[in-house]
Design a protein around this ligand. Structure first.
Ligand code: ADE
Length: 398
């Protein structure tokens, strides 16, 4: 890949010679040409800007300078200063080479025209997806504006020789485009096959699956009294992968909830994101033997349906303290006689679930014998048995 950067501050691009990008230069994967815009300027001051038409603060960069500069760089007639690596690196074999993994490139836009990127706070937001696509380009030119920007006709005219994109790296204003170029160049170049020694290190990046990456840990296992999460020592790769996914989901939900709108969530993902303590509190008119059979199967059935039950309490409500109980009245009206074997129970199911509260009530009731008379609800939180129990107001101890 060849990168050309046109700027009035060529030294600003020096960081491109360091670290990872320096390594890519050394290995011939990357070539960088830096061009001083003032080389195309004339006159004593070699001015590159002028006051804006229509008035207003600041200065606008002039088309007569930018036009020829972009023409020359597109045509490859100016090499500029070709950067070399700042610090030659030992050419030790890398992770993927040792493991016989060859690089693969990401799908990109096709086109013979070079890509011209114009950094501007008024541009489209830069994304990991753009970095991925542009890591496939053979020639990218960056045009760094300063002051109030570049005369718009330069950008419009450049579309004849380039595929032009005006790009912002974030909702803040820098002094010029140079730092934005450093940011974009690094994000793009690290995705070129062979630049990172370990390919999986960018396949697990934040954003590669639409989520922020979760926390990472290394030795020692305990540091300043802080422990590395136990699951990472379990040796159970499935559990570790699930834990990592859960951490990524929870971090994304906390910091960038809007990203979740575009991610496809599995049932396990929904559980990780939306589980909270819930309590289903019901009055049920049921034969004690039937209740015994139902409760034996309840935890497993509810768990399978997405309600992770932690405890179930049931107590028999003495009807003498509630002579006109609604369920008994309903039973009598429907069945034509008073309950004989059926007894009023208060049933409390505590647990965790991502399901809707109504759905949870229905779920518990569906697992009682068909036609059971009941009323009650599910609320968020944990509920202690005994609190708010029917007839509590008649407790002789109170
Ligand atoms: N130039 C000034 N601010 C910028 C930004 N936020 N992104 C890209 N280029 C810029």
């Amino acid at each position: 890949m060849r990168l050309d950067v046109i700027t009035i501050f060529p030294e600003y691009l020096d960081p491109l010679r360091h670290a990872l990008l320096g390594k890519a230069l050394e290995r011939g994967i990357l070539e960088v040409g830096v061009h001083d815009l003032r080389n195309w300027a004339s006159g004593g001051h070699r001015a590159v800007d002028d006051t804006p038409f229509g008035g207003g603060p600041g200065m606008v960069m002039m088309p007569e300078i930018w036009g020829p500069a972009l023409d020359d760089v597109a045509a490859g007639t100016r090499d500029g200063t070709v950067l070399d690596s700042a610090t030659p690196h030992l050419d030790a074999p890398r992770h993927d080479e040792l493991n016989g993994i060859s690089g693969h490139s990401y799908e990109g836009e096709s086109g013979e025209l070079p890509l011209l990127i114009v950094p501007t706070p008024a541009g489209e937001p830069f994304t990991q997806e753009m970095a991925r696509q542009w890591s496939n380009e053979s020639h990218i030119v960056f045009a760094c504006g300063r002051y109030e920007g570049i005369d718009q006709r330069v950008v419009d005219d450049a579309a004849q020789r380039y595929r032009v994109r005006e790009i912002s790296i974030g909702d803040y204003v820098l002094v010029g485009g140079e730092v934005a170029v450093l940011v974009m160049a690094e994000a793009i170049v690290r995705l070129i096959p062979g630049v990172l020694g370990n390919r999986s290190s960018h396949e697990e990046d934040s954003f590669s699956d639409g989520l922020l990456e979760g926390p990472s840990y290394t030795k020692p296992r305990t540091w300043r009294g802080r422990e590395v999460p136990e699951v990472l020592f379990s040796g159970d790769h499935g559990r570790i992968a699930r834990w990592r996914r859960d951490q990524a989901l929870l971090r994304t939900q906390e910091r960038r909830p809007e990203l979740l709108d575009t991610v496809e969530l599995s049932d396990a993902d929904e559980r990780a994101l939306y589980s909270r303590n819930v309590a289903t509190d019901l009055n049920v008119l049921i034969n004690p033997a039937d209740w015994g059979r139902a409760v034996a199967k309840l935890p497993k059935k509810l768990r399978k349906a997405g309600f992770d039950v932690t405890d179930i309490h049931a107590e028999i409500v003495d009807l003498t303290c509630e002579p006109d109980n609604m369920l008994v009245t309903q039973f009598e009206q429907t069945e034509g006689h008073v309950p004989v074997t059926e007894v009023l129970h208060r049933v409390l199911v505590n647990g965790r679930s991502h399901l809707d509260l109504r759905e949870l009530t229905q779920l518990v009731v569906r697992n009682l014998p068909r036609g059971t008379y009941w009323y009650g609800t599910t609320d968020e939180g944990h509920r202690e048995p005994g609190i708010a129990a029917a007839c509590a107001w008649q407790d002789p101890g109170s």
